[in-house]
Design a protein around this ligand. Structure first.
Ligand code: GAP
Length: 513
């Protein structure tokens, strides 16, 4: 655990030191759970967004993208259920005065049982060596089965109590489990209360006439209210999707873990409209497609797992999270939800406008069902960034810090160095920058010894360093060094563009899906 915390601290410090993420309004001591993306962070975020957009919109001829406004008519949130049901059950510890999500306290407690099961599996793995059959062990070992059954029973009970809104019993459950506040260590809890997560604001000049608005807590509703407009103007035929990326806002009470849980964040969502009755097939298909998208970035298959929901949101008939192995353990990265016809039906009812689709093949009109994929851009950023940050042992007591970002997402693709600041080498290096910058984000760097410049670019995540030396003046060749292997090759200047393109082109990465 301490090792995990250390690694996480390193991630946060590195993100600041190398110009990726800053605390918002830092000169005023910051604003809790709000962050700014710095010069490199903005590029990485833009590249992740583009990687998603290309795979969703550009590569699917039945998915189109929109950009709806953050402000929406307030009735939207009544129809969607957010006014009545978008809340967290909160509990305070009377001694530390810290506030927690009651469900998360129980879930964390239940997760400890899974940790015990994992310990048994690891022990057996060591004992049996190569002959170890993990699946068989998990299915038959009495201790593993007992821990997992206990965990499941806890989650089932929690789900039932929350569904039935028995908040006093949730408190009693926390007390019965003996859960203590991680800060004060005491079990002195307040009652559990529901707390709505939407931020309110006002539209209008005078207090009397101003209209109460909400900052959108999800981008999805901007898609639902535009369903009929997009379907008609785009002549879309079911099945089809509408995608968008954009800011969402939630007044998160338990906001911690850096950019994992923020109050202002960005989502990348896609609503896929299907024939009623076919939603299960599409749900399975989108689970598979989205996992493939993640795997295409090469962050390691072992770092992903599905978590199918027991307790479903008010709008869903099935839901699953793609969880990622963050520095603080496996947590939700993306949600895939089968949202039924709940949203379109609700908007139809509240607006009085028809939100149906005439299916020419069936010769009938119906309200489409929806399968949604919803990923937090900031969480994806954290997944990529934390997974890429590595401390490498180079032997002889030497180490290097390297940010092995997938080259396709790296903010800067190449750094171009003159070996020395004289003899015409800077001029050649600057000309290479001038030629490459039309296609790639590249930088010029002449400060410090070349070895130090390599280390700086390794830590910043730049996949290539290109060095101009005296030989370059004679034969128009340079050395190109790969960040991950540290291998250096001598190549012709005119070949640089093709070499970089081969590694950073989205086509090369997305075609792995
Ligand atoms: N439209 C469905 C929806 O919003 P969600 O599970 O509440 O579903 C989807 O959110 C994704 O948005 C999550 O999987 C997560 O990646 C991201 N997300 C949600 N709340 C967040 C927060 N406070 N900070 C950062 N990302 C968040």
């Amino acid at each position: 655990m301490a090792k995990q915390e250390d690694q996480f601290k390193k991630v946060v410090a590195h993100a600041k030191e190398y110009g990726y993420v800053f605390q918002s309004s830092e000169i005023y001591d910051g604003l809790s759970a709000v962050y700014d993306y710095a010069q490199n962070g903005a590029e990485l975020k833009k590249n992740i967004r583009e990687y998603w957009w290309k795979s969703m919109v550009q590569l699917h001829d039945n998915i189109v993208g929109i950009d709806a406004a953050i402000f929406m008519h307030p009735t939207t949130w009544k129809a969607s259920g957010h006014v009545d049901a978008f809340s967290d059950p909160l509990i305070d510890n009377k001694d530390s005065k810290k506030r927690y999500r009651a469900d998360v306290l129980v879930e964390d407690f239940a997760e400890k049982l899974e940790t015990k099961a994992q310990k048994e599996i690891k022990k057996a793995e060591k004992r049996f060596g190569e002959a170890f059959d993990k699946a068989e062990f998990e299915a038959t070992n009495p201790k593993v089965l007992k821990y997992r059954a206990e965990k499941q029973a806890l989650l089932d009970k929690l789900g039932k109590l929350l569904e039935e809104e028995k908040l006093d019993e949730v408190k009693a459950f926390i007390e019965e489990l003996g859960i203590a506040c991680p800060v004060s260590g005491s079990k002195n809890w307040t009652d559990v209360r529901q707390f709505n997560l939407m931020f309110g604001t006002k539209l209008g000049a005078s207090a009397e006439t101003a209209m109460d608005l909400y900052l959108r807590p999800e981008t999805a509703q901007g898609i639902f209210v535009n369903f009929a407009n997009v379907q008609k103007t785009g002549r879309m035929k079911i099945p089809f999707g509408i995608a968008q990326t954009g800011k969402a806002f939630r007044n998160e009470i338990v906001a911690r873990q850096f950019i994992f849980r923020m109050r202002e964040f960005e989502q990348m969502e896609m609503q896929f409209f299907v024939r009623p009755g076919t939603q299960k097939e599409w749900y399975d298909q989108w689970k598979e497609t989205r996992l493939k998208w993640h795997l295409s970035l090469g962050l390691g298959e072992e770092n992903y797992r599905f978590h199918d929901h027991e307790k479903l949101a008010h709008y869903a008939d099935a839901a699953s999270d793609i969880e990622f192995n963050f520095p603080f353990g496996f947590k939700e990265l993306e949600g895939i939800h089968s949202r039924t016809d709940f949203d379109l039906k609700a908007h139809e009812k509240f607006s009085g406008k028809k939100l149906q689709y005439f299916d020419p093949e069936l010769n009938e009109s119906y309200t489409p069902y929806v399968v949604e994929t919803s990923i937090g851009l900031d969480r994806m950023f954290l997944a990529v960034f934390s997974n890429s940050l590595q401390e490498e042992d180079l032997g002889d007591g030497k180490t290097r810090t390297v940010l092995k970002l997938p080259a396709v997402l790296a903010p800067t693709k190449a750094a171009i160095f003159p070996l020395v600041k004289k003899d015409g080498l800077p001029e050649v290096a600057k000309q290479i920058v001038a030629d490459l910058k039309w296609d790639f984000n590249v930088i010029y760097d002449e400060k410090d010894a070349v070895g130090k410049r390599y280390r700086r670019q390794d830590a910043a995540g730049t996949p290539f360093c290109i060095t101009v030396d005296h030989q370059s003046l004679e034969d128009n060749t340079v050395t190109i060094r790969h960040r991950d292997t540290m291998e250096q090759k001598r190549v012709k200047i005119e070949e640089l563009s093709a070499i970089i393109d081969q590694e950073v082109n989205m086509k090369h990465w997305l075609s792995k899906m």
